[in-house]
Design a protein around this ligand. Structure first.
Ligand code: APR
Ligand code: PHB
Length: 399
């Protein structure tokens, strides 16, 4: 016999989407339980992107999980684009209403949310195996899993599929009930975390004939750097020396450039993909975050989009429980997809503008450079980049 748990919302996945949903629901008095197949340590250590839009920062602070973020986050008022040997700054202060982005690792957000959730008495089952969702097309949604060799069953009113791109929730929806849109790119990113001060004050996106490079950071002593590489590349082919040499070549400028190689603490290869599943709901199961859509990392949007989805979902569930109104639940998928497609467009555009495509001919390369020239020389074009980068306004009324 399985151990039975009863809750209002059963959440699969303790990434940013699942944790933030549980947090927001908790603040509204809605009960939830999270089931995660990895360990707490694994999830908290998994290094991912680290750019928070202004709206994400404001929400974390307003809901009481932004204390460390306020102390340790690095607020940036611009980004740089580097091409043809020159660096150009996109000034957010001048181009948006004084909005900014904050550098704070996704795993730090996950740590803060996990700690807060557990302190508030929230339940998270880590290291759950054989997770299965069922009953969401009928009246009895449930999540079943095994933990410490014991079978568990969570009976709930709603399931939130927050289990990322490789999770089981989306895959459990019958294929005729979903429409999938996808684009893969003929390159990947090799990402490193290095014990060395960042080479610039802000994030630098470099377009180079040898391929794209990105300079980011996690703290005044820790750099986060990326190189465009082949999707089938093997980390064994990338010695530390080769990585630093390649970063140097792709980021060279006429004014000179101080790249300070240092010990590499972590290395990984990430695929680049654009993906959307429509609708983001099947019966009483709602998909949120990477489970429903993923964007190539060039726009730094994945985490922000996940937070935006669950903000809408939490509000919709709250209205259902508080006022018996299902209108927002019915509109959840449409509201989220409107934003998701705008973010898809921006991420695809940044990716296309900055990477080397082997299929490009000489014309395409000149056109790509002309696009960059236009972006940095036209106020309208740089404003378009800036307003997307700091985050478009929400598609739903303010909370
Ligand atoms: N059962 C339970 N949990 C699962 C399962 C499963 N079968 N499959 C995956 N998970 C967990 C993963 O271990 C992970 O902790 O679901 C969580 C999903 O978290 P994320 O992948 O971080 O996705 P999400 O919360 O939507 O956040 C989106 O993540 O991939 C980045 O760039 C992306 O920043 C964006 C963010
Ligand atoms: C990061 O800091 O990890 C980062 C920054 C910008 C991106 C992607 C990742 O576009």
């Amino acid at each position: 016999m399985a151990t039975l748990v009863r809750t209002q919302v059963g959440i699969v996945g303790a990434g940013p989407a699942g944790l933030m949903l549980a947090h927001l629901l908790g603040l509204s008095g809605v009960e939830s339980v999270i089931v995660e197949n990895r360990s707490r340590e694994y999830v908290e250590r998994r290094v991912r992107a680290g750019v928070l839009e202004q709206g994400t920062v404001d929400l974390l602070i307003a809901t009481g999980v932004g204390e460390r973020l306020k102390r340790q986050g690095l607020v940036h008022h611009g980004v740089e684009l580097c091409f043809s040997g020159k660096r150009h700054r996109i000034d957010f202060d001048a181009l948006t209403d004084g909005r900014a982005i904050t550098i704070y690792g996704q795993n730090e957000v996950v740590k803060d949310l996990t700690e807060n959730r557990l302190a508030a008495g929230g339940q998270i089952f880590f290291e759950a195996s054989d997770v299965v969702v069922s009953g969401f097309e009928g009246a009895n949604p449930s999540i079943q899993f095994v933990k410490d060799d014991e079978a568990h069953k969570i009976n709930c009113d709603f399931i939130a599929g927050c289990d990322g791109f490789h999770g089981i929730c989306r895959r459990t929806i019958p294929s005729h009930a979903l429409r999938l849109y996808e684009r893969t790119y003929p390159f990947a990113w090799l990402g490193i975390l290095a014990q060395t001060p960042p080479s610039g004050k802000e994030i630098i996106y470099c377009r180079h004939d040898r391929g794209f490079a990105l300079h980011s950071m996690r703290s005044p002593q820790l750099s986060r750097l990326y190189l465009q590489c082949d999707p089938s590349d093997d980390l064994a082919h990338w010695s530390d020396e080769r990585i630093w040499e390649e970063l140097g070549k792709r980021s060279q400028t006429q004014e000179g450039w101080v790249l300070r190689p240092g010990p590499i603490l972590q290395k990984g290869i990430t695929e680049m993909r654009s993906f959307v599943a429509e609708p983001m709901r099947c019966g009483s199961m709602f998909l949120a975050g990477d489970a429903a859509h993923i964007v190539p990392a060039t726009g730094a949007k994945g985490l922000n989009l996940a937070i935006s989805d669950v903000t809408v979902l939490a509000r919709a569930l709250e209205e259902h429980y508080r006022a018996g109104r299902r209108e927002l639940l019915e509109r959840y998928s449409d509201i989220c997809l409107r934003r998701a497609w705008k973010v898809q467009r921006f991420s695809w555009w940044m990716t296309s503008m900055l990477h080397r495509f082997d299929s490009d001919n000489a014309f395409d390369r000149r056109r790509q450079l002309a696009e960059l020239e236009y972006v940095v020389s036209s106020r309208a074009a740089s404003q378009s980049l800036a307003e997307n980068y700091v985050g478009l306004p929400p598609e739903h009324p303010p909370l």
